[in-house]
Design a protein around this ligand. Structure first.
Ligand code: NAG
Ligand code: NAG
Ligand code: NAG
Ligand code: NAG
Ligand code: NAG
Length: 386
């Protein structure tokens, strides 16, 4: 029996290999074209920006030097992974290769070098998922007209397998420790409610700790601590993120473009809690061309670390944004250390009249490092998602 099932698995992978080989020629054409366009563009921008920064730092030594882009061409292992990509399907009605996301992930060999796209059919998936470091290059792909919902309700105070509380880190419905993760058209959810005045209700929908991760057309629903942008380079495009308290938080160095941030805070709260603890750490959240909406009043950010860094550019802010704008979490020493910048934002919440004096209105040059994909070194790893 064991040999029969081994044979089936083998045949399955062989057929996948053949499928990807036949479609490879066409893919490669687009891929090469994309690389040449994007990398060329990147290199010219990179020269331009490094030159400006050099001139800037010669003029006056800056405490908050913007991060320099670190590399200039696509990661070779990413090119290999992309050229050898394969697709497996997940469907709860038995019509896919697997019935659960967990089973599909378990089928991928450890330290796999190919991009593996999980084509996840519509449905509500009650699964607690961890993608370990040993599974890089995984993509979750849903249907934009009916995206799959991955849901859970663990909280920081819920009891884990060892009988101890899970804590915020382990409360995530989906946690990703692997590099090169991509999600397209997927809903990540944690339904645990946040009751004002009770402790231990941090309830993460998604934790992303892997490096070089991208999210397109995804939604993140939660209350306290919805999106744990833990660490690494991350890119979010056209995403919807909802929560109440600190609902985007962590040490990540991330660019959020065209996103909607929706507050459901029942009591004054903060939209972000960025944790940058040292001025030499290249982390910080940059929101571009996004909108801030919702029902509960929020600060744009509160300083989790002394050098917390958050930038909003071209963003519409509804009147739920408090006039003060930013919060130092009760530690005035942070007022001179955080980097909280706003650039060309609009809407009633973007009025700078009542802002804390240590909020920065960025000029073009100051804003530049944060408002393109080079902020996350994107041109070494951001791919067209299909
Ligand atoms: C979490 O969800 C499970 C399964 O749906 C349910 O049995 C449980 O009561 C929920 N827990 C809380 C605290 O809502
Ligand atoms: C995002 O969703 C829109 C429809 O809302 C769709 O046109 C677009 O192709 C999607 N993007 C990706 C990357 O799938
Ligand atoms: C800004 O975001 C909106 C809504 O997400 C999108 O339709 C528009 O194309 C974006 N504009 C730019 C310049 O990216
Ligand atoms: C930041 O980290 C560097 C390297 O670890 C260290 O040398 C420096 O003192 C730190 N700076 C602050 C302000 O903590
Ligand atoms: C900004 O707020 C101040 C104080 O509330 C107000 O006087 C001013 O008209 C506002 N500016 C705009 C452009 O709405």
């Amino acid at each position: 029996m064991a040999s029969a099932s081994t044979l089936i698995v083998l045949l399955f992978f062989l057929s996948m290999l053949l499928m990807s080989l036949t479609s490879q020629e066409k893919d490669n054409e687009n891929f090469d074209e994309w690389i040449s366009l994007n990398v060329k563009h990147y290199n010219s921008r990179k020269r331009e920006t490094s030159l400006k920064w050099m001139q800037e730092s010669i003029k006056h030594k800056k405490q908050h030097a913007p991060p320099a882009p670190v590399s200039s061409s696509l990661d070779p292992k990413l090119i290999y992974a992309e050229m050898n990509k394969m697709i497996i399907s997940v469907s709860q009605d038995g019509s896919g290769n697997f019935n659960t996301i967990k089973e599909a992930l378990a089928s991928i060999p450890l330290y796999n070098k190919r991009r593996v796209i999980l084509d996840i059919k519509p449905g509500v998936y009650r699964e607690k998922i961890n993608i370990p470091r040993s599974l890089p290059f995984v993509t979750f792909r849903g249907d934009s007209s009916n995206p799959p919902r991955i849901t859970g309700n663990d909280t920081a105070s819920a009891t884990g397998t060892g009988g101890t509380p899970l804590k915020t880190f382990q409360s995530a419905t989906v946690s990703v420790d692997a590099d090169y993760f991509i999600a397209i058209n997927v809903i990540f959810e944690n339904t645990a409610p946040h009751v004002v005045g009770t402790a231990g209700e941090q309830a993460v929908a998604l934790r992303i700790s892997g490096n070089k991760a991208a999210f397109y057309n995804c939604s993140f629903y939660g209350s306290q601590d919805t999106l744990y942008d833990h660490k690494g380079l991350h890119y979010f495009n056209n995403c919807f993120i909802q929560g109440s308290v600190d609902f985007i938080f962590g040490y990540g160095r991330s660019l959020y473009e065209n996103c909607q941030l929706n507050s459901v805070a029942k009591k004054v709260a903060s939209l972000t809690a960025q944790k940058r603890t040292n001025s030499s750490i290249l982390s910080g959240f940059s929101f571009k061309n996004s909108t801030i909406t919702g029902t509960g009043s929020v600060y744009l950010g509160r300083a989790w670390g002394d050098y917390s860094r958050v930038i909003f550019s071209y963003t519409y802010m509804d009147n739920i944004v408090l006039p003060l704008g930013w919060n130092d979490w009760g530690k005035t020493i942070r007022d001179s250390r955080v980097y909280y910048g706003e650039y060309r934002c609009s809407g009633p919440g973007a009025n700078m009249t009542g802002r804390v004096p240590w909020a920065r209105i960025l000029n073009d040059e100051e804003a530049m490092p944060f408002i393109e994909t080079y902020y996350v070194d994107g041109n070494s790893w951001l791919m067209h998602p299909y």
